[in-house]
Write a protein that binds this ligand. Structure first.
Ligand SMILES: Cc1cc2nc3c(=O)[nH]c(=O)nc-3n(C[C@H](O)[C@H](O)[C@H](O)COP(=O)(O)O)c2cc1C
Ligand code: SF4
Length: 443
């Protein structure tokens, strides 16, 4: 299966970043159609499309949009999650740099559907080029009546602001993002069923919709071509429709972002990325937080939310990393655990203590001081974090460790028993973190 470029169709054409170039390529046809439609009809099209959120959890977009109060009593807000901090994922960055109007149009369609007065794009602080591209596009949209008061004479008023984050992974979690946007510390808030959904009480306790960049960017083509048309894409899968952008990296010949139709196999995605440099050993298909799968499972894996579950992993945010035979699984797990321990915000005990504890154990293993029972201890810690933490970061920290031990137990056993990696090749030594270089026999 080849790439299916719906969002990326004109991505490499620099003209597409300007309003003139965007309009010349049939940009804003979706919004023009949407503003002529009843709000509920727009939400119904989103329902027919089967679109699920592209930020990681795959939640049906229409359910969120439909959940906002219909008889408006307060201002409504729209938020775009452009924080993209998941290691291995870099699709939103390219979308914002190369197709800024697609996001702005998608958000304006959503604003019409949910009666939002004001929107915020919360963008990762490091994404300077993406922010420049968006800022220029927002300015142009205001100048030509595509943002602001009475958009295209429709009576729709919608203001859009760009807010740069400060590089915290946790601020991608939606409730932490909203806290940060309101000037509070970037920590998550109590959630449904213990607190109302953001659609009821989000930003400043007002009804709020929050979606990922790619999710909003899908809206123009859904409205332009119809939800039923969109749902024909990916129809071979159980419940995943449309296209999905995967950021492919690791030991591949042609790393980059690839837009594919759901139902494509993981091996076809690998082919699009130019195939492996070396032999495929394992893959982390959806960003660093999802469980890794071994080469055998990669052969069977079909890209779809339910289908990836059948091989024990997830679509996640689409950060797909392929690794070759020179990869030491223990070092990889150690490095991943280091990231989560550093990014844990410290609000809840299972994650604050658990991530540090897992790191301490992995640290001693990669230093050659692993102890019998370390694998059991690690597994038991993952179980105490998973499902018991205040937000998804805890789960995200536990899954990669549990997944690595389940799929590659022999590598952990060997490292603990011999005090060094069983992947003892010059390539593996070069890749190994400095900390554990001395754990290799001949270094
Ligand atoms: C620790 C953590 C980090 C997250 N980072 C992001 C992110 O960078 N971008 C994103 O869209 N969603 C991220 N999410 C998911 C959001 O909380 C939320 O589900 C998403 O923005 C909803 O949009 P969607 O329905 O369009 O996917 C993160 C979740 C967690 C737990
Ligand atoms: S799970 Fe981690 S990141 Fe989330 S609230 Fe608890 S300590 Fe903070």
């Amino acid at each position: 299966m080849a790439e299916h470029k719906l969002l990326f169709e004109f991505a490499h054409e620099s003209e597409f970043r300007t309003l003139h170039g965007y309009l010349a390529r049939k940009g804003y046809e979706g919004l023009k159609k949407a503003i002529g439609m009843d709000r509920q009809a727009v939400i119904d099209e989103m329902k027919a499309s089967g679109l699920r959120g592209r930020g990681g959890a795959g939640f049906p977009t229409w359910i969120k949009w439909n959940g906002i109060e219909k008889e408006k009593t307060k201002p409504h807000y729209l938020v775009c999650n452009a924080d993209e901090g998941e290691p291995g994922t870099f699709k939103d960055k390219q979308l914002m740099e190369e197709t800024p109007f697609l996001l702005i149009e998608g958000m304006t369609i959503a604003a019409h559907a949910v009666q939002a007065d004001c929107g915020y794009i919360y963008i990762r602080g490091e994404f300077v080029d993406a922010a420049k591209s968006l800022r220029a596009a927002i300015d142009e949209a205001y100048q030509h009546g595509y943002l602001g008061k009475n958009i295209l004479g429709s009576g729709l008023d919608f203001d859009l602001y760009l807010h740069m984050g400060a590089g915290s992974y946790e601020c991608g979690e939606e409730s932490a993002l909203m806290s940060s946007l309101m000037g509070e510390r970037g920590m998550p808030r109590l959630k449904f069923p213990h607190a109302p959904l953001p659609t009821v009480a989000g930003l400043w306790d007002h009804p709020t919709i929050i979606n990922n960049v790619e999710t909003y960017a899908c809206a123009p083509s859904i409205i332009k071509n119809g939800g039923e048309w969109y749902a024909t894409l990916g129809a071979s899968t159980k419940n995943s429709r449309g296209t999905k952008i995967f950021s492919v990296s690791g030991h591949v010949n042609k790393p980059g972002n690839f837009e594919i139709e759901f139902g494509t196999s993981l091996m076809e995605l690998l082919e699009l990325a130019g195939g492996m440099q070396g032999e495929l050993k394992m893959c982390v298909p959806g960003g660093s937080s999802v469980p890794m799968i071994n080469a055998e499972d990669c052969q069977k894996a079909i890209i779809g939310y339910e289908e990836m579950g059948e091989v024990g992993s997830m679509v996640g945010s689409g950060g797909c990393m392929f690794f070759n035979e020179h990869t030491c699984i223990v070092s990889f797990t150690w490095r991943t655990a280091q990231f989560y321990a550093l990014e844990s915000c410290g609000k809840c005990t299972p994650c604050r203590e658990g991530t540090k504890w897992m790191l301490q154990i992995l640290d001693r293993i990669v230093r050659g001081n692993g102890q019998p029972g370390d694998m059991d201890l690690l597994m038991s810690i993952t179980k105490q974090i998973d499902g018991r933490s205040f937000c998804g970061l805890g789960d995200a920290a536990a899954w990669p460790v549990a997944g690595a031990i389940k799929k590659f137990p022999h590598e952990f056993e060997y490292f603990i028993q011999h005090g060094r990696s069983m992947v003892d090749t010059p390539e593996a030594r070069a890749l190994a973190p400095r900390l554990h270089q001395r754990a290799f026999s001949s270094v």
